[in-house]
Design a protein around this ligand. Structure first.
Ligand code: ADP
Ligand code: MG
Length: 648
């Protein structure tokens, strides 16, 4: 029995056969290496996981090449990963018989930062002032791949030979400071062998027992046999092929960390199997946090495609729509042919079908979770709501659009601040006469509630959803309909319908200007403000406390437009055209004291009346969120204050 094992122990067969050339690391890499080498990161053992994962990637790549008939020599080498610990000289060796690297690949892969994990890390380094993002934190969150070896090593030697016919062997060597050397080498087996010379305080990684424990922690998910000092120590059993009921919470956590290279716990895991219409074995994870929201740039897809346990494409962006890019996982389908090339993936009807099924299932899963544990779901929504909103906007299929919209949550006029409801909740308690779903977009709850637009609906006891996010306004605007009802902003509603069925007018007891006087005042205001500023002035019975209100045809569009021109060159120019484009209508409340007094001084003190009318108009624009810069009105306000104080 020993004899068999001995054969499998890593042998020393390599020797340098040519001159050694020195190369400098790319600046970004150098910076990253500095941080990695000095880091106090406590879980240094992850370097083993990173190296094993690279070995496994290299073997997967080779196996895939075999199966798709790529021409190569030395097929007989077994697809295995070998590790050896050498306590005597304090080293750790890892060898795979995978695809290996050519000299160009060595320079590209181990000299620059190409891969996503270390790229995110490097981006993050640019903003070191971020308190939360210590080096330790970053290593934990994003993983730094191969470079993590320098957390524990004084020096790393990499012997490698590519699978490509006639490839030479090389030795890549570095101490992780500014440069590395590459020399030709003899006796290099196809694949890669890494010798990690451990730092003094990291010698524990040359202890067999220690390393064995670490490998066991991660190796359950490696699809190749792993030998430690000649003995195979893992069982190859892909988690996604198991019966969902048999997989424990801990296994999911480990597997999630394994595929996502992180250390957090997933918020949700979803193990999904199907046999029809497609064969699917899959497992999905939603990370605790969405890195994208913490300034690391757009997340890449993190779902890999397998067929019969063989990887077809890692981190495929074809399996899920972009808005689900925060999902991590594995999809295995027997229906996918192994030789499906990247180009074919692009427009394969099968992949489209698969994507469709998976998207539906994930959306359904989230629905189920929202019912199962509301608090947990709302936490998820706070972190990931922005992706769901994107989903509503970009999805063309109306059914799907509504299904995603069901996942959104809003504050509402019928709930306490902080409590959220869904569109379904809203619809379920709509009054029979009410035809639309109303929302109001304002920077805060307080502003939403003091808005004249809200007042009109509140008066009639109509529930209104509050959105504090500009994106929400766009999302609801885009959604248009939900459950057969129009989704309407309070403002748009008021401007397009006259006195409506929903909002039946309840007059307050306040004394009102007569209809005749009101209309007289309205005409006077049009004259004073000029047609250029106001398209029309109307007498309205929809307001209770506010003297006036501005309505425009599409308030959301008007606000967006104003936002854009704010930063445009020659913004002043637009400022003068503003009213022509928005075409505001002003509604006046004949029961309001200011309006009544305005009517009474309109002839006796036209100067003051003009100032008041102009100020009312500006106030209404501010309430509507249609003023980019309120400063120009300050001098008028000062004149008004002076008049107020004059009698004193
Ligand atoms: P990642 O694995 O995310 O791409 P790494 O920093 O872990 O990033 O590795 C960088 C690159 O080096 C890999 O993409 C691969 O091309 C190459 N590489 C690393 N280890 C091996 C190996 N054992 N065999 C072949 N190529 C490897
Ligand atoms: Mg890697």
């Amino acid at each position: 029995m020993d004899e068999e094992n001995v054969v499998k122990v890593i042998q020393e067969t390599e020797s340098v056969s040519g001159p050694s050339d020195t190369y400098t690391f790319q600046a970004e890499t150098r910076r990253l290496l500095d941080i990695v080498a000095q880091s106090l990161y406590s879980e240094k053992e992850v370097f083993i996981r990173e190296l094993i994962s690279n070995a496994s990637d290299a073997l997967e790549k080779l196996r895939h090449l075999f199966l798709t008939g790529t021409d190569m020599t030395e097929k007989e080498q077994s697809l295995e990963i070998h590790l050896a610990t050498n306590e005597e000289n304090g080293s750790f060796i890892l060898q795979d018989y995978g695809c290996g690297m050519t000299k160009e690949e060595l320079i590209e892969n181990l000299g620059t930062i190409a891969q996503s994990g270390s790229k995110a890390f490097a981006n993050k380094l640019q903003q070191r002032d971020d308190v939360e993002m210590t080096a330790e934190n970053i290593i934990g969150q994003f993983g730094v791949g191969f470079y993590s070896a320098f957390m524990v090593a004084d020096k790393v030697d990499v012997y490698t030979r590519s699978y490509k016919p006639n490839s030479k062997g090389y030795l890549w060597s570095s101490d992780g400071s500014g440069s590395y050397n590459i020399a030709e080498a003899e006796g290099v087996a196809r694949g890669t062998k890494m010798i990690v010379y451990l730092k003094n305080d990291c010698k524990r990684f040359s202890l067999k027992t220690e390393v064995e424990e670490i490998i066991k922690k991660y190796s359950n998910f490696v699809g190749f046999p792993i030998f430690l000092n000649g003995v195979c120590i893992n069982t190859i059993e892909p988690l996604w092929t198991l019966d969902p009921k048999q997989v424990t919470e801990e296994q999911h956590e480990e597997f999630y960390r394994f595929i996502s290279h992180t250390f957090d716990k997933p918020r949700y895991h979803f193990h999904f199997k199907a046999d029809a219409p497609l064969n699917i074995r899959s497992v999905f994870y939603i990370p605790d946090r969405a890195p994208e929201l913490y300034g690391v740039g757009r997340m890449e897809s993190g779902v890999s495609l397998y067929s019969r346990r063989i990887v077809i494409q890692t981190k495929s962006d074809k399996l899920l729509p972009e808005w689900l890019r925060f999902v991590r996982g594995v999809v295995d389908s027997e229906d996918i042919p192994l030789n499906l090339s990247r180009e074919m993936l692009q427009d394969s009807a099968l992949i489209k079908k698969l994507k469709d099924v998976l998207t539906r299932r994930i959306v359904k899963f989230l629905h189920e979770q929202s019912r199962k544990d509301r608090v947990k779901y709302e936490e998820f929504f706070k972190e990931y709501g922005v992706f769901l909103r994107e989903g509503v906007v970009v999805t063309n299929d109306d059914h799907m659009k509504e299904d995603i919209a069901k996942l959104l949550r809003f504050e509402s006029s019928s709930e306490k601040a902080g409590d959220l409801i869904s569109l379904e909740n809203y619809v379920a308690r709509m009054k029979p006469v009410q035809k639309s779903i109303y929302y109001i977009c304002a920077p805060s709850r307080q502003l939403a509630e003091s808005s004249p637009y809200f007042e009109a609906l509140k008066k009639n006891d109509v529930e209104v959803l509050y959105t504090y996010d500009d994106n929400d306004e766009m999302v609801l605007h885009q959604l248009r309909k939900f459950d057969g009802r129009n989704v309407t902003s309070a403002e748009t509603y008021l401007s397009t319908s006259g006195e409506s069925d929903d909002v039946d007018d309840k007059m307050s007891d306040n004394e009102s200007l007569s209809q005749e006087s009101s209309e007289e005042l309205a005409k006077w205001i049009v004259n004073i403000l000029g047609k250029q500023k106001v398209a029309d002035v109307k007498v309205s019975h929809r307001l209770s406390s506010h003297p006036v209100m501005i309505t425009v045809a599409d308030m959301a569009a008007a606000r967006r437009w104003l936002k854009i021109i704010k930063t445009a060159p020659h913004a002043e120019q637009f400022e003068t055209m503003k009213y022509d484009i928005i075409q505001p209508t002003m509604e006046i409340n004949p029961r309001n004291d200011v309006i009544r007094k305005l009517h009474s001084i309109m002839d006796s003190d036209p100067k003051l009346a003009k100032l008041v009318a102009e100020q009312l108009y500006d106030n209404a624009l501010i309430s509507a969120g249609l003023v980019n810069d309120p400063r120009p009105m300050v001098s008028r306000l000062n004149v008004l204050l002076e008049k107020v104080l004059q009698p004193l």
